[in-house]
Design a protein around this ligand. Structure first.
Ligand code: F0G
Length: 351
């Protein structure tokens, strides 16, 4: 058959597995790289969207989780734990089911999207809402994994980064070379670290002729890397990236500097504008945090930082269905009509 086999089987020789490793997979990866017509016109560039919301649990986290849970299983772990703004926990919970493991989840109380909470619940994980933010949750998860028999599957787990780097391989495989610029939202900074590792590895093995410049965007109220200091009380409507002290801070700076890129911030207003543009003009429905990459590209273009004619990939990290409140908010309520073709035609402007 020709079904995509998941990132471990597709990129086995580039990942830390052996012939006897028990692969835990939901056939993640192999996501669409979609040409973005309106963004290309606006920037004068060739812009593509790497649509990571098409993964089995609706976000890029599945790439890292197949690898982390596979290795946890190989090492005999019976339980895993993570801190999360919602997507990591959804993914960990699903892969734990596949592996027959218990999954414990720590989320910031009241600050994760409903769809993500639903996922953690329906997959049967043990959820605790912590009276604190994501950074507090991660400290707690770290301490529990050090003192109790439970494996940490946050992106401080190096296998997570190994799995997530495969998105870069897919992009180069699809385009024939690396793009000139790669744009990502940045929260805990694991993903920008992983993409940069993937691009470097492919270039080192002559699978790509060059590496891209890495452009990362944080939400203005949660932009510790941009500010150069921990944000004690991070805020943004993009709850997925509401993080004040990123675990992979140093690696994100390295990706930025080694690639000749930059890390900047976008406001919630800019995020929501890009969120609506992606859905209404490109046909790609993402969650707000994902739109930070596109908001950043548009901001950079307005600032004259985008030379025309370049190849640009924006990763959109999570599915819009995870957090539909923002799609409904501010949109007009649909009108109700009787079962009557003439009335319906009139309201639709067809008559
Ligand atoms: N986009 C989405 C949809 C995310 O869920 C995250 C992170 C990011 C972007 C940022 O990626 O952390 O690697 O820089 N979500 C984590 C979670 C924190 O718990 O699901 P990053």
């Amino acid at each position: 058959t020709h079904q995509w086999r998941g990132i471990i089987e597709e990129y086995r020789d580039r990942l830390p597995v052996t012939d006897t490793t028990p692969v835990v997979t939901l056939r993640e990866g192999g996501t669409p790289l979609v040409p973005a017509q309106v963004l290309s016109e606006r920037t004068g560039c060739e812009v593509h969207l790497k649509v990571e919301g098409a993964n089995p649990t609706g976000s890029f986290k599945d790439r890292g989780m197949t690898m982390a849970i596979t290795r946890a299983k190989e090492e005999g772990a019976q339980a895993v734990i993570c801190a999360s703004t919602g997507n990591t926990s959804a993914s960990a919970a699903a892969y734990a089911v596949r592996a027959g493991m218990v999954c414990a989840v720590l989320v910031p109380q009241g600050k994760i999207a409903l769809g993500k909470m639903g996922q953690a619940l329906v997959y049967g994980s043990k959820i605790l809402q912590v009276d604190g933010n994501f950074d507090d949750c991660l400290n707690l998860a770290r301490s529990l994994s050090e003192n109790y028999p439970v494996a940490l599957v946050n992106s401080v787990n190096p296998y997570r980064i190994e799995g997530q780097k495969t998105a870069s391989f897919e992009i180069v495989d699809a385009l024939g070379d690396a793009p000139d610029i790669h744009v990502l939202p940045v929260g805990n900074a694991g993903n920008i670290t992983a993409y940069w590792k993937g691009y470097k590895e492919y270039a080192a093995d002559a699978m790509a002729g060059h590496t891209p410049r890495m452009w990362g965007f944080q939400a203005s109220g949660s932009a510790p890397i941009v500010r150069g200091e921990v944000v004690k009380d991070p805020s943004t409507i993009a709850t997925a990236i509401r993080i004040g002290n990123p675990a992979s801070w140093t690696q994100a700076i390295a990706a930025r500097d080694e690639s000749g890129g930059f890390i900047d911030e976008v406001t919630d207003r800019e995020i929501l504008r890009a969120y609506r543009l992606l859905a209404s003009q490109e046909g790609v429905f993402v969650e707000p945090a994902s739109a930070a990459s596109v908001a950043g590209l548009l901001k950079a273009a307005e600032q004259g930082k985008v030379d025309p004619g370049q190849k640009i990939v924006c990763t959109v990290t999570g599915n819009g269905l995870k957090d539909p409140d923002w799609a409904v908010a501010g949109a007009p309520q649909p009108v109700t009509v009787p079962v009557d073709a003439a009335a319906a035609a009139e309201r639709l402007g067809l008559a």
